[in-house]
Write a protein that binds this ligand. Structure first.
Ligand code: FAD
Length: 503
């Protein structure tokens, strides 16, 4: 039969997609969102929607036989990961040879699994990475709008000093200050008042019950509770789940046709159907959106797409490491799953580093301090289409992670030297101290002003837009979701005014 038509279709339900859906819906435009993951709103038999980090089950990961947590080992023992049933779980780890990328799957995308750190980039750095975007407008209007819509809040510094759950962060802060480094509180979309009540045993625990990376049952303002709830509230937005967009083509009349595959939560394909849209927004994230356009170009479905598609991908300089503390400096048995403090060495011209002090919420004293460092790594990867696998494959070699390691090493060598401490060599499956072969922060692939114009309109095609982290050229110097959200707000403002309302 005839394909179903919708004026606007959005691929995905992450940050860029959610912003776009709200603004289209509020403007009265009927909009369909297509999300390959599940809607996470129904408790399982254990009474929870999500599993915690210590007891992961099938809900934890997207069609894997075993969990693939970033900390591969502890004391070199494979204690962290568990065999699980293949299922449409919430966290995916997409493995491309030397680089593995963690992404969220479900209504809300990465907001379901992430650490909730809501950081606005330093203005001077933002001006470097996106020099043709008006920074006055971003810092005057769109960053504040994004933070207020997302529910960004700040930890009470007095409570931080007394909370047992942040002893680990205070121990790391002391070591950093001893070595002359500055620390800064990190804003969050996890409600710190809720966390305080968790500590007082007044409400069910989430951050204080080792919940992070496989979802939070309480406390976090993920997108399903912020932008997406507002989008649905307009009455003009619908979300289809377990629905993956496979192919995009343009029809004679300029509208887009999408080939869409539905699965059940066990992965059985229920069917493939066609949908058409006048306006098509790609919000599948850096991997998802880039793959769709690389595939469309290289299979000849959108033949006018250029060489910039699939370029300019980066890890946001991510590198993880652990330090071993002295036995007289315990980090405590209770660690909040939500980070609240970072070492801010970004203004160092040689080795800029913004290192979040990350928890190891193991429920035991670990004597370990963990860090996820964001560095300024100039290396970039490229996606190429593999026709056999019908997949876009990232070209990235392990050596491209070295600049991230070098920058982090300069900071943490000094911290260890001054404090008489050492690295942990038991955390990443072998004996390496630094792990730069995975990222939480995939950025780029469809870079603003290169693959698209300065508002995310794909070069060569009308009414086709990119709205997510693939627009950002590989780095934003801080955790990225506030940047992605603010940029999406800016772009949809312009697109609504010029392309849609005017039409
Ligand atoms: P995403 O949020 O990735 O959303 C894309 C959505 O599209 C997904 O739901 C996906 O399933 C769906 N999709 C993809 N392709 C298709 C398709 N073809 N058809 C249908 N659906 C599709 N950032 C921070 O700022 N602070 C943090 O504390 C933080 N912690 C993190 C911790 C972890 C464990 C992870 C994995 C990430 C973390 N991040 C953090 C990163 C942040 O979550 C991402 O930068 C952000 O989610 C990217 O937003 P996006 O809009 O680009 O896409």
């Amino acid at each position: 039969g005839a394909a179903e038509h919708s004026p606007a279709v959005i691929v995905g339900t992450g940050y860029g997609a959610a912003v776009t859906a709200l603004r289209l819906g509020a403007a009265g435009i009927p909009t369909v969102m297509l999300e390959m993951g599940q809607l996470w709103n129904t408790p399982a038999e254990d009474g929870n929607i999500f599993p915690d980090m210590l007891n992961p089950d099938r809900r934890a990961m997207w069609f894997k036989d075993r969990t693939e947590a970033p900390l591969a080992s502890f004391l070199w023992l494979d204690l962290v990961n568990r065999d699980i049933d293949r299922y449409a779980g919430v966290l995916d780890r997409v493995n491309y040879g030397d680089m593995s990328v963690y992404v969220g799957r479900g209504v809300g995308g990465g907001s379901l699994v992430n650490g909730a750190m809501a950081v606005t980039p330093k203005r001077s750095y933002f001006e470097q990475i996106l020099p043709r975007v008006d920074a006055d407008e971003m810092y005057g209007r769109y960053f504040p709008l994004a933070n207020s819509m997302l529910g960004t809040n700040h930890i009470d510094p007095e409570w931080f000093e007394t909370s047992r759950a942040y002893q680990f962060a205070r121990v790391s802060r002391k070591a950093a200050h001893e070595a002359g480094f500055q620390t800064a509180f990190v804003p969050s979309v996890y409600d710190f008042d809720y966390m305080r009540r968790e500590e007082e045993q007044l409400v069910p625990r989430s951050a204080l019950a080792s919940e992070v990376i496989y979802g939070n049952n309480h406390g976090k303002s993920s997108l399903d509770k912020s932008y997406l709830a507002a989008a649905l509230g307009t009455g003009n937005v619908t979300i289809e789940t377990l629905t993956e967009v496979r192919d995009i083509a343009q029809q004679q009349d300029g509208t887009y046709s999408l080939s869409v595959r539905r699965i059940d939560e066990h992965g059985t394909v229920l069917g493939v159907r066609q949908l058409t849209a006048k306006y098509l927004f790609l919000g599948g994230g850096s991997l998802g959106s880039t793959e769709l356009l690389v595939r469309a170009r290289d299979t000849g479905k959108l033949p006018d797409l250029g060489e910039e598609i699939g370029r300019g991908w980066g890890t946001n300089g991510n590198v993880m490491l652990g330090r071993a503390n002295h036995s007289w400096d315990p980090v405590g048995e209770l660690e909040s799953g939500m980070p609240a403090l970072g070492i801010d060495n970004w203004d160092d011209p040689v080795s800029p580093v913004f290192a979040e002090i990350a928890p190891v919420p193991a429920g035991i004293e670990t004597f370990a301090s963990l860090y996820l460092a964001i560095t300024r790594n100039p290396e970039r990867g490229t996606f190429r289409y593999d026709p056999g696998a019908d997949r876009a494959v990232l070209q990235w070699s392990e050596s491209q992670g070295q600049p991230s390691i070098d920058a982090a090493k300069r900071v943490f060598d000094r911290i260890n030297e001054v404090n008489g401490t050492s690295y942990r060599y038991d955390l990443f499956g072998d004996t390496r101290a630094f792990e730069s072969r995975f990222t939480y922060h995939p950025l780029g692939g469809l870079v603003l002003g290169e693959a698209t114009d300065l508002y995310g309109r794909v070069n060569g095609y009308r009414n086709l837009y990119v709205t997510d982290g693939s627009l950002i050229p590989g780095s934003t110097g801080v955790n990225p979701f506030v940047t992605i959200t603010a940029l999406a707000e800016r772009n949809i403002d312009r697109v609504l005014a010029e392309d849609i309302r005017a039409a």
